[in-house]
Design a protein around this ligand. Sequence first.
Ligand SMILES: Cc1cc2nc3c(=O)[nH]c(=O)nc-3n(C[C@H](O)[C@H](O)[C@H](O)COP(=O)(O)OP(=O)(O)OC[C@H]3O[C@@H](n4cnc5c(N)ncnc54)[C@H](O)[C@@H]3O)c2cc1C
Length: 395
Amino acid sequence: MKHFDTLIIGGAVMGSSTAYWLSENPDYDGNILVVEPDPTYAHSSTALSEASIRHQFSQPVNIKLSMFATEFFANFHENVQVDGEAPELPFHETGYLFLATEDGMENLITNHEIQKNCGAEVALLNPKEISERFPYMKVSDLEGGSLGIRNEGTLDAYSLMQGFKLRARHNGVEYLKNRVVSLSVNQNKNLVEHVHLDSGETISCSRVINCAGPRARWIAEMAGLQLPVEPRIRAAFVFDCREKLEGQTLPLTIDPSGVHVRTDPPYYLAGAPPPEDLEVEPNDFKVRQDEWSDNIWPVLANRIPVFEKIKVKSSWAGHYAYNTLDQNAIIGSCEQLANFFFCNGFSGHGFQQSPGVGRGLSELITYGRYESLDLSDLGYDRILRNEPFLEKAVI
Ligand SMILES: Cc1cc2nc3c(=O)[nH]c(=O)nc-3n(C[C@H](O)[C@H](O)[C@H](O)COP(=O)(O)OP(=O)(O)OC[C@H]3O[C@@H](n4cnc5c(N)ncnc54)[C@H](O)[C@@H]3O)c2cc1C
């Protein structure tokens, strides 16, 4: 039977980032296996992501994770290159603009203070200032908005994942095309000892990391652990608008209704949480077209009147690995099973958290503690205590 020191379940952006950071760490001296059933990643959240980054969160740890991602992305080529070659990761810097009516203003101001204290470059705008920058936007119902001045925008999630993966493989990490179907737990020792694969193979391991995205709950159940993570559908609609928006480039704008829209040159892209936001089957990727006609388009046409006349060019749906307790990540180990690590529940912000989370897990595994950024607020113990660590700025 083969043995691996670290076995990572799921090889998309989180699994590959964790493999990358562990294999880059000179103090980690074990071998690493990543088990991934679909090397095309066609249905992974990573490949279906809108791949944007913002510094506007309500929890300092989330702001700092994104700030680290900004730094990592800026040096991406150097960080992941193999023999001078690396995937391109162009950054389309547009900023995020959170809009608020009277009801949402208190939240916006509180979040703004937290973001400024963390060093984020953000500005609070009144309706007149919003109008001056973005004259195509209707502001009569608004009290204000929060705009990211620097370091917010869109990249490419697939390229990020490929960069992590290529470098991890170069460092000696093995990728195996297979699916984990069960785990053997030694109850006396509180340890996962074996991982069983769809092919019938069994692999022995010293530790397991759950990076199975929207399917993470079922991996945790294989280990006898509860995880409040479920697949929830999120659709993205790409549309064309012939009329030019005169003024500053449209930022990734979050309407008070929850609808968001951004540029997707030469088009635009919009989405929203569905009106009934419930768990879906893990193989259900059907776009609900009525979401566009009933919820999204009317909001867009109201906020940006030139969007009255637009044409949908394409659409797709992916899954959030939705943490039903607090929409925040669940990272790290747990007392119940000493060698089982969580890397789960990223909801709508896992792309930008992948560099910082992979680094954090590599530190936790190698040194038994977080060294660069303390991620313990995102630990599993809060799940057991049923104490939410709420992120208020969610999309
Ligand atoms: C429409 C949409 C828009 C988004 N927009 C953004 C955004 O703008 N910014 C942002 O930061 N984040 C965004 N996200 C979230 C982000 O994409 C995810 O949080 C991130 O990609 C999660 O990566 P992951 O590796 O955890 O999961 P995934 O990418 O889903 O990967 C999980 C992997 O686990 C594998 N797996 C599953 N079961 C098993 C098993 N039994 N055995 C072995 N392997 C298994 C799967 O095949 C898959 O490849 C968005 C997500 C969606 C769906």
